[in-house]
Design a binder for this molecule. Structure first.
Ligand SMILES: Cc1ncc(C[n+]2csc(CCO)c2C)c(N)n1
Length: 222
């Protein structure tokens, strides 16, 4: 049987995925060398990210051609908002970030660039382009989560975070989204196929950049 559309897509970002696994944010989670400040910065930025990502998923849901795909993306949008609340109420408190600090936080440059690209693509592109642009967020976290779960971490807070994304149920969620992309890939023109592949690579790059942003506690130069 010919290789699936999605497996070829995954192969096209193998350089980015390897760079993510080697990134000091990721290796630092498992060997305990990740500075707590970098983790806290990342978590606060991620809460902001999740709100915009939920908007992107809701936009993809609104354009889905089938009831089952609409239901899937709409429920993931709701879950992303719930995850944001959970981050605010538990993890941020444990990391010593007050509600006031969290409310004042602004997206760092990489975060704003990533979410702006997501929203522009899901609003201006086709449904297939929307699925392609949101997929690296799911897929890369699921793969990284499995790898981190295998390696473990000496820090209980890092372990808890790892458990969320390394969970087997989470792998099933991702598999359904991948299956949806494989379904829609069947009817793509050459031009649309090129766009989907470009969006997938671009948000995969942003996934690496998001860890770099957290690690460096990226700020606006002005
Ligand atoms: C920068 C960044 N990228 C991906 C995720 C993971 N993630 C967020 S929402 C969602 C799908 C719906 O639950 C997934 C997989 C994250 N947290 N932060």
């Amino acid at each position: 049987m010919a290789e699936s559309y999605s497996s070829r897509l995954w192969e096209s970002i193998s350089d980015i995925y390897s760079a993510i696994l080697a990134h000091p944010f990721i290796t630092g989670l498992t060997d305990g060398t990740l500075p707590e400040q970098s983790f806290a910065f990342y978590v606060m930025q991620d809460a902001l990210y999740l709100r915009e990502y939920a908007r992107a998923l809701a936009a993809v849901a609104s354009r889905a051609p089938t009831a089952s795909a609409m239901r899937m993306f709409a429920s993931h949008a709701a879950e992303a908002i719930a995850a944001e609340l959970e981050l605010h109420t538990t993890l941020l408190g444990e990391l010593g970030i007050s509600k006031e600090d969290a409310a004042r936080a602004e997206p760092a440059p990489t975060n704003l660039a990533y979410t702006s690209y997501l929203l522009a693509t899901v609003r201006g592109g086709s449904y297939a382009e929307g699925v392609g642009v949101v997929l690296p967020c799911y897929w890369i976290y699921s793969e990284v989560g499995k790898e981190l779960l295998r390696l473990g971490s000496p820090d209980a807070r890092y372990r808890r975070w790892i458990a969320t994304y390394g969970a087997e149920e989470y792998g099933q969620v991702v598999a359904e989204v991948i299956a949806e992309l494989d379904r829609v890939s069947l009817g793509l023109s050459a031009e649309e196929n090129a766009s989907v592949r470009r969006h997938f690579r671009t948000t995969s790059r942003y996934e690496w950049m998001f860890w770099q942003m957290g690690y460096a506690q990226e700020s606006w130069p002005l």
